[in-house]
Design a protein around this ligand. Structure first.
Ligand SMILES: NC(=O)c1ccc[n+]([C@@H]2O[C@H](COP(=O)([O-])OP(=O)(O)OC[C@H]3O[C@@H](n4cnc5c(N)ncnc54)[C@H](O)[C@@H]3O)[C@@H](O)[C@H]2O)c1
Length: 499
């Protein structure tokens, strides 16, 4: 159903332009055609009033009785703030009307967090076939996926109400990010929830390489007893060189020191060393002093092929290389050669330039059969704990975007946040996703010029921009007027009002 401009929709709805911002079209985001009706109140925990929209914004499309004024502002409060300075919990709509589709067995922590908000959550253990997905996605406000679901332009164009996507994983290649942004759909992921898991794997690999455990294990499985101590070492007192001292590199630094290792690191930015670790000036310097070199850089133009013949030759005779970062960082033929010659005493590799898309006997590499070489199928971050953390992190980002408009952490969207509206403040929040073209702010300023804008922030990313503004002491009629005028601007992509 769509609302004609002469019969403006409830502010509890989103208004979205179809594909180009210049042809604004009014489209309700709620699953119900009577969004202001207090349906499903019982499904909203601790917030019986939260289902009701402001009486003045109830439109002719609903038969629901107007809720008393106290219901308009008397929403559930966050319990963690004391006294009169509590943050007001903003609710965009009747939360029970918000439909969320979670695919690919998204972790239970996320399912619980989203259900606790009162949202309707439908879960599937597997990815859906494209035609089924297209049918399902039509009706939902939020979809949660992992790596197997492809959210292409075709799928996104079928989504009539979608406002936000949660990738419950690290990568976001499976989503057409630009097209999502052009439709005002923010995409969130969880890039750092598995840092600890990777750091722990690397610690294990340092010990395994130092004791040639991979080779001993292979021999035993072939019935070969080979008790040797030559070239097997304790790691205590050895030097670990970390390339890239970010989330994983810095965790690893602390763990390695607690095992008695000396830690040096190289990073393109000067960073505060943890413990007694030290930053060195160049990659070559790090390679020359380290017994173990471990790579924790992102994939960039600078890090592609970062470790080749020259760098391997710089490393100490018999030293070890670990790569759990990105497959393109190491030149595999050069590493295989250095391992076979014995210059490199062993390697642990978790990531590869070409990785099989599915589990099975598909792996090929020049590293197969190299001495003291541990090969793992990109499992650095694959632990139950990491999955659980990902569920928490992504679901919180989704909740904050739906309820508060916060886009911090979005990968395809301008990152905007405002400090919370306090409990005692009588403010509404305008969230305006628009085309990033000159003159928009002037237009919005004109619309808001008669009101007190408590705070406002906007940012842009590529072709889209996002503005958040908290406006105080507006009457329900004025909310309606602001909503209508903002959402009718030619640059509108999505307008929401939270209250
Ligand atoms: N194996 C796995 O399963 C797994 C899991 C998670 C992350 N990763 C990968 O691990 C890598 C590191 O992840 P993170 O979360 O620590 O990233 P991060 O962004 O927190 O840290 C990366 C660090 O590398 C530094 N850096 C960038 N370019 C550099 C260069 N040319 N030389 C030296 N330092 C450079 C950055 O300044 C930053 O400090 C990423 O490539 C990520 O994709 C792999």
């Amino acid at each position: 159903m769509s609302f004609a401009p002469s019969s403006p929709p409830s502010v509890s709805q989103q208004q979205r332009a179809p594909s180009t911002p210049s042809t604004a079209r009014v489209m309700p985001s709620n699953v119900t055609n009577t969004p202001t009706a207090p349906q499903g109140n019982s499904a909203i925990p601790n917030g019986p009033a939260a289902a009701a929209a402001p009486s003045a914004v109830t439109t002719s499309t609903t038969n629901a009785p107007n809720p008393p004024a106290t219901e308009i502002r008397g929403r559930e409060r966050q319990g963690s703030f004391g006294g009169s300075t509590r943050a007001k919990v903003l609710k965009p709509f009747n939360t029970a009307n918000i439909k969320i589709l979670l695919l690919e067995n998204v972790n239970e922590t996320a399912v619980r967090a989203l259900r606790d908000q009162g949202y309707q959550v439908e879960t599937h253990t597997k990815a859906l076939a494209e035609d089924v997905l297209i049918e399902k996605i039509k009706d939902v406000h939020c979809v949660g996926i992992r790596s197997k679901t492809k959210l292409t332009k075709k799928v996104l164009d079928a989504a009539e109400k979608l406002g936000v996507i949660g990738c419950f994983c690290i990568g976001t290649n499976q989503v057409d990010l630009e097209h999502a942004a052009s439709k005002g759909i923010a995409v969130f992921n969880s890039p750092f929830s598995n840092s600890r898991s990777v750091a722990e794997l690397v610690i294990a690999e340092i010990v395994l390489l130092s004791r040639q455990l991979g080779d001993r294990n292979n021999e035993m499985h072939q019935g070969i007893w080979s008790k040797v101590s030559a070239n097997c070492y304790e790691i205590r007192g050895k030097t670990l060189g970390i390339v890239g001292y970010g989330h994983i590199g810095s965790q690893l630094s602390v763990l390695a020191e607690s095992m008695g290792m000396r830690v040096y690191f190289h990073d393109v930015v000067p960073l505060m060393p943890l413990g007694t670790s030290k930053q060195v000036g160049s990659l070559d310097e790090l390679l020359e002093i380290s017994d173990f070199v471990t790579l924790h850089v992102p994939e960039t133009e600078d890090t592609k092929n970062m470790i080749g013949e020259h760098e391997l030759n710089k490393m100490k005779q018999g030293s070890f290389l670990i790569n759990a970062s990105r497959g393109t960082v190491v030149q595999i033929p050069a590493l295989a050669k250095a391992l076979r010659s014995g210059h490199i005493g062993g390697a642990a590799v978790d990531v590869f330039p070409k990785e099989p898309a599915a589990n099975g006997k598909f792996f090929e590499s020049e590293l197969i059969g190299c001495p003291n070489t541990l090969l793992t199928p990109h499992i650095g971050g694959s632990t139950e704990e990491a999955q659980s953390m990902i569920g928490v992190e992504v679901s919180q980002a989704l909740i904050k975007f739906i309820n508060n408009g916060t886009s911090i952490g979005a990968v395809n969207f301008p990152e905007v946040d405002l400090r919370a509206i306090r409990d005692e403040e009588n403010s509404i929040r305008l969230c305006y996703t628009h085309a990033n073209v000159p003159g928009v702010l002037l237009r919005i300023t004109n619309i808001l010029s008669d009101h007190n804008v408590d705070k406002q922030f906007s940012d842009s990313k590529g072709k889209i921009a996002y503005l958040m503004a908290d406006i105080s002491d507006v009457t329900p009629e004025q909310i309606q007027d602001i909503y209508r005028r903002v959402s009718e601007t030619p640059t509108n992509i999505v307008t929401r009002v939270l209250y």
